[in-house]
Design a protein around this ligand. Structure first.
Ligand code: ATP
Ligand code: MG
Length: 396
């Protein structure tokens, strides 16, 4: 069918034609907004899940909801390493300044708004190193210590009253939160904690890989102030809607057989649904998409995934890391115990710790349970089996 009309959109963070199956998370945020209006803060929200499961697009939807409710927001995408640390601070500083600009349009408590903007200005200058012009001088003694936790807390404290008086709140959205540096992570958690105690209208809404759960558990008791939710694969009826509804809007339909084929292959993973949906649409010559076309489309879609989704991770690994990943597959599929991996590789487990650590830092595996590792990417095991024939790498 006409590729120009193709509604399916595989791609990181790309808004799907129909965002399905996430009502529970949307309800949580609606409740957060409602409580905030009553000056009650029940804490932030953290979403975790595998690659391609739909965390980023869900986060965008949630951000849209709170902005429609009149909140001011900042969006960060964490990245690993020293440069990531710097970028996160600069984005935070810029984002806070932009939020300040929105507050400039507030209708009530204008004196308090101006005072808060002075703290915004000093926060941005201190954390991001760049000046912003909000029409007020930076506060000489607020949010300018250079200690991120202290400055953020002062900023949030100063924003609280003017936000509340304007029926607003301030939220920081963090994607790829597992890559946030320790200092900033701890500061965000600590300030969320404090905001909960004081009922300040301040919220962290974060998303990242499953490693996040462990990181939060280790971050003192602050994680109590968060609702922590897994973003999982879609249930079958939601997955069917994700395919059928956009097709219908363009006058096309899947037969039951075609739907069953695609749902079976995608296992509820949104990235796969979009990939197969797109390929099937391209192949179908008829507005009624049948089982045979679906099967051909799945094959085509898998070829696309093998060119993009999987290599995006696989290509960043060293030969030794690949051996480790292959051992996970050989031992048991997508989760394996580190001792079984060591046995399979004929090496002492301790000697493999650096490889394991490096794969965790690259976001390819995660260790949710002690002594076990799992792939962050759904169906990575099947991809690696396909690679085994293609590029056998010698141990070095
Ligand atoms: N609820 C949903 N319904 C339909 N399609 C979805 C849904 N969520 C995500 N998608 C689609 O799945 C793909 C992956 O989404 P997204 O980039 O948000 O995943 P992610 O979890 O952030 O992945 P990563 O961990 O790689 O960042 C996109 O093409 C998106 O359009
Ligand atoms: Mg994402």
């Amino acid at each position: 069918m006409d590729p120009l009309l193709n509604p399916f959109r595989p791609g990181a963070g790309i808004r799907p034609p129909e965002l399905v199956g996430r009502q529970a998370e949307i309800d949580l945020v609606d409740l957060m907004v409602a409580h905030s209006r009553r000056q009650r803060n029940d804490g932030g929200l953290i979403l975790y899940g595998l690659r391609g499961v739909g965390k980023t697009v869900l986060l965008s939807r949630l951000r849209q909801i709170v902005e429609n409710a009149g909140w001011v927001t900042v969006q960060l995408e964490a990245r690993p390493g020293e440069s990531g640390k710097l970028i996160a601070r600069q984005s935070l500083a810029r984002g806070v300044a932009m939020a300040g600009r929105k507050m400039n349009r507030f209708q009530h408590a204008l004196g308090e708004v101006r005072e808060a903007l002075a703290s915004v200005t000093s926060f941005s200058a201190t954390i991001g190193g760049t000046g912003v012009s909000l029409g007020v001088d930076p506060s000489p003694h607020r949010a300018n210590s250079g200690l991120i936790e202290v400055d953020l807390e002062e900023l949030v404290a100063d924003l609280a009253a003017p936000l509340q008086k304007n029926q607003s709140a301030f939220a920081i959205f963090v994607d790829e939160m597992q890559d946030l540096d320790r200092d900033l992570l701890t500061a965000l958690l600590a300030v969320q904690h404090r905001a909960g105690q004081q009922d300040w209208p301040f919220y962290i809404i974060g998303a990242g890989l499953s490693t996040l759960r462990r990181t939060l558990a280790e971050a003192r008791s602050y994680s109590e102030r968060f609702t922590i939710r897994e973003v999982g694969p879609l249930a079958a009826d939601a997955a069917a809607t994700a395919l059928a509804k956009p097709a219908e809007e363009f006058g096309a339909r899947f037969t039951d057989e075609a739907l069953a084929e695609i749902l079976g292959a995608a296992n509820g993973y949104p990235f796969f649904l979009q990939t197969y949906g797109k390929a099937v649409w391209e192949l179908s010559t008829d507005r009624l998409i049948d089982g045979t076309t679906a099967i051909a489309g799945i094959e085509e879609g898998n070829a696309d995934l093998d060119q993009g989704f999987f290599p995006a991770r696989w290509d960043r690994t060293t030969p030794l890391e690949r051996q480790y990943l292959r051992a996970i597959v050989a031992v048991s599929g997508s989760t394996a115990s580190t001792s079984a991996i060591a046995d399979a590789l004929g090496k002492p487990a301790t000697s493999l710790s650096p490889v394991r650590q490096s794969l965790i830092e690259k976001g390819i595996i995660f260790a949710e349970r002690r002594g076990y590792v799992s792939f962050t990417v759904p169906n990575m095991d099947a991809f690696i089996r396909r690679q085994n024939d293609l590029d056998d790498v010698e141990d070095d």
